[in-house]
Design a binder for this molecule. Structure first.
Ligand code: SF4
Ligand code: SF4
Length: 157
């Protein structure tokens, strides 16, 4: 069992159903992350259609067991282009986020899934539901970028 590194206690009751993204507190915003790790996969984008393909080639900082960033607080020092999702940039970013990502779901006016830790009360539920990347990735330092096309996968949903 992995501990949930995101503090989810003491938040407003079912706030994600009634508080707009832009009005959430920083803790409430952070607690939306389900810990799936899918946003840390390298993606390929078709320049003509903007269609996004996920690969199983993960960012060098992704821990494949916990599906968490190994250096979350200081990640920009190692991965300068890691995107920090905020209520201000979600409109430009949502289209390439995973379809089950809580930020994308709420931005698109959809509900969270029952396996989300905010609803299940357990961080493990995202792994048990088969949504996360646990044990499914290869680190980017092992795969040349020219070979990423051979690593395209269906997003676990
Ligand atoms: S895809 Fe969304 S919910 Fe999943 S780890 Fe990334 S930010 Fe969190
Ligand atoms: S730096 Fe961390 S949060 Fe950013 S993509 Fe890599 S593993 Fe994910």
């Amino acid at each position: 069992m992995t501990d949930d590194p995101i503090p989810r206690h003491g938040l407003r009751d079912r706030y994600w159903e009634r508080v707009p993204l832009k009005n959430m507190s920083p803790r409430e915003w952070e607690a939306l992350c389900d810990g799936c790790g899918k946003c840390c996969l390298n993606k390929l984008e078709d320049p003509d259609t903007n269609e996004i393909a996920f690969t199983n080639v993960a960012c060098r900082l992704l821990d494949d067991e916990t599906c968490r960033c190994a250096q979350y607080e200081i990640r920009k020092q190692f991965v300068p282009d890691c995107v920090v999702l905020t209520p201000r940039n979600i409109a430009e970013i949502a289209y390439w986020m995973p379809s089950t990502c809580a930020y994308r779901l709420l931005y698109e006016g959809k509900a969270l899934y029952d396996w989300h830790p905010l609803i299940s009360g357990r961080a493990e539920s995202v792994h048990e539901a088969g949504i996360s990347l646990q044990g499914r990735t290869v680190p980017e330092f092992e795969i040349d970028e020219e070979e990423w096309e051979d690593h395209i996968i269906e997003e676990p949903t």
